[in-house]
Write a protein of this length. Structure first.
Length: 295
């Protein structure tokens, strides 16, 4: 069977680390590079329960979207849960590799998987990355069109139907009967890219973790610009429609859509590189932190 180093090389060809945001540190977190990889498991978050299940199933490599160590740490001892997770992985011989913002930006990565499953066509990256070696356009997020226009409510229900179920659910901001033709998608926390979304001129923005003040400012600005266009004053893009409208999704749910592609792409690429095809498994456990939503 292939060694961990060979599989990591494949992962970092599919999801290059150079695509990661400057603050992000994806890649191999735990693992012996000479260890064989017979079984790869995919999961959104490396929580204690996800790790326990992976070890119980005899997994050699756990591939997660979210980092175990999101911020700088100075110890991985038994004083904290992250240290205990590292211990458990090491003792079991289970490696951990993280594809975070590098997987967001890659071809057939997180952004493209979500946009494809939402039915978008004529796609392009929202924030392109200039990579002369890339065969396909790459970059953070996706912008695309719906084959046929639909109402905001109908499109929001499509998004909710595609996503794995969480108690948090999906939130929608804007007139539910508004017509949606163009869409920007950014899996993960997206309120830092409102300027890029406005510049794209899309009808609706699908992302996660929208906070009250940035979301309120964004929709109020959209309403104001639409009113000004209605008075013949050219602010923003297009006609008098309010744009962008907003759809807020559970963070781990939208980002887990990446595994629809990774579950196929990773073992195929490992087989092409090494002649051996590892077993793969997708742990679809809901790792969203919220267990009850009261309305």
């Amino acid at each position: 069977m292939p060694m961990l180093k060979q599989v990591v090389d494949v992962l970092e060809t599919l999801y290059p680390l150079r695509y990661a945001e400057s603050w992000d540190y994806p890649g191999l977190i735990v693992g012996d590079l000479s260890a064989p990889v017979r079984r790869i498991e995919f999961a959104a978050d490396p929580t204690m329960e996800v790790v326990r299940q992976a070890i119980e199933r005899g997994t050699d490599l756990l591939v997660c979207h979210h980092p175990l160590l999101f911020r700088s740490v100075h110890e991985v001892s038994g004083l904290g849960v992250h240290g205990d997770i590292v211990r458990r992985l090491s003792q079991a011989g289970c490696a951990l590799w993280v594809g975070h913002t590098n997987a967001d930006a890659a071809y057939r990565g997180t952004g493209m998987a979500a946009a494809d499953l939402f039915g978008l066509v004529d796609q392009r990256p929202l924030v392109p990355i200039d990579d002369p070696t890339a065969v396909h356009p790459v970059g953070l997020g996706r912008v695309g069109s719906l084959p046929e226009p639909m109402t905001l409510e109908a499109f929001a229900r499509r998004v909710a139907d595609v996503l794995p179920h969480t108690e948090l659910g999906v939130q929608v901001c804007g007139p539910l009967d508004a017509t949606v033709r163009t869409v920007a998608v950014l899996p993960g926390s997206g309120d830092s890219l409102f300027d890029e979304v406005r510049a794209a001129g899309v009808d609706v923005y699908v992302t996660s973790d929208l906070r009250h003040h940035p979301a309120t400012d964004a929709i109020e600005q959209a309403r104001y610009e639409a009113a000004m266009r209605g008075r013949g004053i050219g602010l923003g893009s297009g006609d008098t429609a309010i744009r962008p409208l907003l759809i807020n999704t559970p963070h781990s749910a939208i980002e887990s859509l990446w595994f629809h592609y990774a579950l196929e792409d990773v073992p195929q690429a490992v087989e092409q590189a090494t002649g051996e095809r590892p077993q793969v498994y997708w742990n679809r456990m809901n790792t969203d932190p919220w267990t009850l939503s009261i309305r």
